[in-house]
Design a protein around this ligand. Structure first.
Ligand SMILES: *Cc1c(COP(=O)(O)O)cnc(C)c1O
Length: 358
């Protein structure tokens, strides 16, 4: 299968950002995008690659009112050998399928999406930054576009993939962050949409995020919505805790996003002989473990940062330090290993890394 490409006119190609250290995250977009349409009669059809362009939507388009929208986030990497690599991208497509199911968006042909994604990244390979830690962020998105104000699933959709060159997440080095526990606001409740990567989850998280940032913290640590007692995830990352040598993370009970980095971390820790427990962990147990307690490390996991070590946790207005507040051994080892695999430098488990330019 080959997806038709209509290339942007050479005169309309954008200049590529020159300085990788100034890329930041999600600010620049490449010259082309993948698009596919859905209507009730034809189903998903018209897969194609076109110049990156504005969408034309009726102001009544359902996505703008009721947020029937799902997305994914993954990265393409330029390896040390010059190759173009993807990391576990099939998992992202599978998660997008599950998010669609939860939001009543019709199932899309996964093979067409995967092929479109690869062709697009290859077409735009010159946009993949070359410095270590930088990459090409890939954002598949599906939105409901019926011009209709009643609340029901849309009967028309557009699926698109856009690309954005992004800088290294840690331009100033791999340093621990300070996080803030939210007791007032919650992110997701059992039976809700917390495990879907859907637009509305993020709109609902902004209030707490702004509060945390105003108080000097980088991310919100969410607690479960019912008892407000068990730690769930942080910002757009899953959380891991190393307690007396064991690695603990929240179970996938429907309220947290099943991260692909989370899955990779669990896999690697088990391969290294560590005990990994997927269990409910109360904020009290976390706080008791801080300082000289048994909490040896805390870190977030997600595509953007890979691993984000946590040095300080603010709970009920008080800062608690995780161990000595520095980057832990396991956090460092996971970061180096995953980054090395993504750049094709270290052998990865079967199926994790795919070189797509050969
Ligand atoms: C995307 C996301 C994650 C991390 O998922 P990865 O597949 O590891 O990138 C975790 N939590 C939330 C809320 C997310 O949106």
């Amino acid at each position: 299968m080959v997806i038709p490409i209509s290339k942007a006119d050479a005169s309309r190609l954008k200049p590529k950002p020159k300085d990788d250290s100034k890329l930041g995250f999600g600010r620049y977009f490449t010259d082309h995008m993948f698009v596919m349409d859905y209507d009730a009669e034809k189903g998903w059809h018209g897969a194609r690659i076109e110049p990156h362009h504005a969408l034309s939507l009726d102001p009544a388009a359902m996505v703008l009112h009721y947020a029937q929208a799902v997305f994914e986030g993954l990265k393409g990497y330029r390896g040390k050998d010059g190759g173009v690599y993807l990391f576990r991208h099939v998992k992202n497509i599978e998660r997008l399928e599950r998010s669609c199911d939860r939001l009543e968006i019709p199932a899309f042909p996964a093979d067409v999406a995967a092929q479109g994604l690869k062709q697009l990244v290859l077409l735009e390979r010159e946009w993949i930054p070359r410095s270590r830690g930088s990459s090409l962020y890939i954002r598949p998105t599906i939105v409901a576009i019926d011009p209709f104000l009643g609340v029901r699933p849309s009967s028309t959709y557009v699926f698109y993939i856009i690309l954005s060159p992004v800088g290294a997440y840690y331009p100033e080095g791999f340093n621990p962050v300070k996080i803030w526990v939210s007791e007032e606001y919650v992110r997701a409740v059992r039976g809700g949409v917390g495990e879907a990567k859907c637009a509305g989850n993020y709109a609902g998280s902004l209030k707490a995020q702004v509060k945390a940032q105003k108080a000097g913290y980088t991310q919100v640590l969410w607690l479960d919505a019912i008892e407000r007692r068990y730690v769930e995830e942080v910002g757009t990352m899953n959380m891991f805790w190393v307690i007396e040598g064991k690695v603990v993370t929240s179970p996938l009970t429907g309220t947290i996003l099943p991260g692909i980095t989370r899955d990779s971390v669990i896999h690697l820790c088990r391969q290294w002989g560590l005990t990994v427990e997927e269990r409910m962990l109360s904020i009290d147990e976390v706080i008791e473990g801080t300082g000289r307690g048994g909490l040896e490390e805390a870190f977030g996991s997600g595509t953007a940062a890979i691993i984000s070590p946590v040095g300080t946790i603010c709970f009920r207005g008080k800062d608690h330090r995780v161990a000595d507040g520095k980057v832990g051994k396991l956090s460092r080892k996971l970061y180096d290993t995953l980054l090395g695999m993504q750049y094709g430098e270290i052998p990865a488990p079967e199926g994790w890394v795919e070189r797509i330019d050969v």
